[in-house]
Write a protein that binds this ligand. Structure first.
Ligand code: FES
Length: 162
């Protein structure tokens, strides 16, 4: 449930420079991604052409144009992580979850994303799980991490049904 409406976000950012990017950041924080409806509301609210809102939203990797899974696994595919086997981690995650980067598992529990560098190259290869960093990751550690997250979700479901 968003803590503020899009109207409140727009009102708070209207007079700022770079307001479009700031509004899109706020909207993504509240709604999880930049939907077509959000783009239209931002376009109208700021008086910016919809094509410009779409251009900015799709240009920056920080913006998501589709909903993500409940658990987001982000694979760093930057050079330092790549030479330490990041592609093996990507293969592990996509193979174990049965999704491609940018997709969400059918149960909505996981999505896998790629980034170019997370800024902590010496600790690579890096995977983030819902924003938490996992350094010196291996395919085996990643498999266990995914299993742990799956088990937690299953436990949560059992408790919710009891
Ligand atoms: S290349 Fe992975 S953190 Fe920089």
């Amino acid at each position: 449930m968003p803590s503020q409406t899009l109207e409140q976000i727009l009102e708070g950012r209207r007079s700022q420079p770079n307001q479009l990017i700031e509004v899109l950041h706020d909207a993504q924080k509240e709604y999880g991604y930049i939907s077509r409806e959000v783009m239209q509301a931002v376009s109208q609210g700021l008086g910016v052409p919809i094509i410009e809102v779409y251009r900015v939203s799709s240009f920056y990797k920080a913006f998501r144009l589709n909903p993500s899974g409940k658990n987001v696994l982000t694979m760093c595919m930057g050079t330092a992580c790549h030479v330490r086997g990041a592609h093996l981690l990507l293969d592990q995650a996509t193979g174990q979850l049965g999704v491609k980067p940018g997709e969400v598992t059918p149960d909505g529990l996981f999505s896998v994303e790629n980034v170019n560098c997370l800024g902590v190259c010496a600790m690579g290869p890096i995977v983030t799980e819902n924003g938490s960093y996992h350094q010196h990751m291996t395919p085996g550690k990643l498999r266990k991490l995914i299993e742990t997250l799956r088990n937690k979700e299953a436990e949560g479901t059992k408790h919710a049904q009891a």
